[in-house]
Design a protein around this ligand. Structure first.
Ligand code: ADP
Length: 582
């Protein structure tokens, strides 16, 4: 018996079983116990025989219903039979056992709760309405025709009233205890799942960032050495091959960055880092990149920036550039002939803010009206037959939309299928310097002319130390800086770097982060406090394959003077060295 009861209790508290099923079992057990108790009491008391027979018959029928339901699991059928039993028993017991002075009203209030809890939707409303109507009819009849009610003795009335209170207390205490237990177990399950999801997110983050690091390292060698070939070769074909290698390398990097960004956005790890920036500089960077892409495809590219735009703004320029580059590159990618244009304007607000409006227009393949709502879904590429030959992951616009949401910005698309598209982007920015940018002449960059390589500084008197555990990276840095004439020494570990800084004075140190034994941050700390060290106040640039704007903030906090991400371009490396030396 005890085993059976334990088994039943374990079943009722098992969170894997549907709640309604467990509730049905719990309430049925209470109802059965109550039926048995009342029947026993009725048999032993001086009640009329008709009522005794009714109670025993009702108990047996109810016990059979519950047993059948437990056995077959047909809960719906079981609850229907129990409900029917209720409809039959209620008026009979009411009139045969004292009417409103007997135990029937309280017992059947319990029955109403029982039927309410185990039925669903319209069945629930219907049964409840019928139960209330029937109670009303019984009370009305007992009031208008009191002779229909067989009254108890005063003693039995008191005993029944007391038993009814016991029943109500038992019912509510059990229900509350059950509800509490359900809440506690559900809560434990939710907490456990939350922890598991968090661990999964962390693992995913670790995987993506190490994948990004592992891919960036060899791509650094490919792009860096390729740039050297481009610089030194005069042969048209070699140059063209180099440009193709470069484009493929950049494409690979973009895919890695997109996967990293999507993972950060999904785990809520993406942060917007506002900083002051020059409006023209930000636009020029975009135009420089896009003009080359457009020229390669034989498309015209134009930019038109409103004269009155403020010259210095505050916002996350890195992310804004990413958004615009994404949308404009799509314009170039999905246009076979014609043009792509960017129009920049602004709407000043009273609170020192400006809504920057970027409109990207193309004369490309266009987007069907019904596809527009799906454009911003991750991994979603629309119009398969038109786009399947064009490379893409379907992640770009999803990232664009999510970044805009983080910056309180917005994007709208209008398009005519087969004719072209218009992406209208709005981003609020803080005005730092309201001096108008005036008429900017982007013509030279719009042409997509590739600048002839020229070293940015003359490094004859500059000594540089490059620290990296990957020999290929050291080779790339050495080659990229060759034309500056700077003296470049190398060290393949933190320890070797410290040996060199104890002997020589270096103006600039290019430090990798992830190195075995002593990493770049540790090495920087030793360097700054090195006894007899000759580079305690040298400029140290972190040159790492760990991407991301938030990484930049971390490296600057750790004490680096600048941060560069691999793969590195010669011009960017030279500019950073020149800037830290200034
Ligand atoms: P993808 O890597 O495929 O370019 P995006 O998220 O950037 O991914 O774009 C999603 C889809 O939206 C693209 O696959 C393409 O079908 C459509 N699309 C985006 N921009 C344009 C455009 N300017 N013209 C036509 N179709 C576009």
């Amino acid at each position: 018996m005890k085993e059976r009861l334990d088994e039943l209790l374990a079943h009722i508290l098992n969170p894997e079983i549907e709640l309604r099923r467990r509730l049905f079992q719990l309430l049925s057990v209470i109802a059965l116990a109550e039926f048995l108790f009342v029947s026993l009491y009725t048999v032993l008391s001086s009640e009329n025989t008709g009522h005794k027979i009714l109670m025993i018959a009702g108990t047996v029928l109810f016990a059979l219903t519950v047993a059948m339901t437990f056995k077959t699991g047909k809960m719906r059928l079981g609850s229907c039979i129990a409900g029917l039993l209720y409809f039959m028993m209620y008026p009979l017991t009411f009139f045969s056992s004292g009417g409103m002075y007997g135990g029937a009203p309280v017992v059947f209030s319990f029955a109403m709760v029982y039927v309410f809890l185990i039925t669903q939707s319209w069945e629930r409303v219907l049964t409840l309405a019928v139960c209330i109507l029937m109670s009303f009819a019984c009370y009305y009849l007992a009031y208008t025709r009191p002779e229909m009610v067989i009254r108890h003795t005063v003693l039995v009335e008191h005993v029944e009233s007391f038993l009814s209170i016991l029943l109500v207390v038992l019912l509510f205490c059990t229900l509350f205890a059950f509800a509490q237990e359900v809440y506690r177990t559900e809560n434990t399950i939710v907490q456990k799942q939350k922890k598991e999801i968090e661990e999964l997110h962390q693992a995913q983050k670790r995987f993506f960032s190490s994948m990004s690091h592992e891919i960036r390292t060899p791509v650094n060698a490919v792009i860096g050495l390729n740039e050297m070939n481009l610089r030194i070769s005069d042969q048209k074909e070699v140059k063209e091959n180099c440009r193709n290698i470069e484009a493929a390398g950049r494409g690979l990097l973009q895919t890695v960055n997109e996967i990293l960004d999507i993972s950060k956005l999904e785990t809520g790890g993406m942060e917007i880092l506002p900083q002051e920036y020059q409006t023209i500089a930000m636009l020029s960077e975009i135009v420089t990149i896009i003009a080359i892409q457009a020229k390669e495809k034989g498309l015209a590219f134009t930019i038109d920036a409103e004269k009155s735009l403020p010259s210095v703004l505050c916002g996350d320029a890195v992310r804004i550039r990413q958004i615009l580059l994404n949308v404009i590159s799509n314009g170039v990618k999905y246009t076979r002939e014609g043009s792509v244009s960017l129009a920049v304007s602004g709407e000043k607000k009273d609170d020192g803010q400006i809504i920057m409006i970027y409109e990207v227009r193309d004369t490309g393949i266009g987007i069907r009206r019904e596809s527009i709502p799906y454009l911003f879904d991750a991994f979603q590429r629309v119009d398969a037959e038109a786009t399947h030959k064009i490379e893409g992951t379907g992640l770009g616009l999803s990232i664009v939309k999510q970044l805009l949401d983080l910056m309180n910005g917005s994007v709208r698309v209008s398009s005519e299928y087969g004719k072209g598209s218009l992406f209208h982007i709005e981003i609020p920015q803080k005005i730092v310097d309201d001096t108008p940018i005036g008429t900017v002449d982007f013509t030279r960059i719009e042409q997509g002319e590739e600048p002839v390589y020229e070293a940015i500084f003359n490094g004859e008197n500059i000594r540089i130390l490059a620290v990296d555990d990957t020999p290929m990276n050291l080779l790339v840095v050495k080659k990229l800086l060759r034309d500056t004439k700077a003296i470049v020494d190398t060290a393949s570990s933190g320890k070797e770097a410290l040996e060199k800084t104890a002997q020589n004075r270096y103006d600039v140190i290019l430090m990798d982060h992830q190195m075995p034994e002593m990493d770049g941050i540790e090495c920087l700390k030793h360097l700054r406090t090195q006894e007899n060290g000759k580079c305690r106040d040298s400029r140290v640039i972190c040159l790492t394959a760990n991407g991301g704007a938030e990484m930049e903030a971390m490296y600057l906090r750790e004490g680096f003077d600048a941060f560069l991400i691999k793969p590195i371009r010669g011009k960017v490396l030279e500019t950073a060295i020149r800037d830290v030396l200034q």
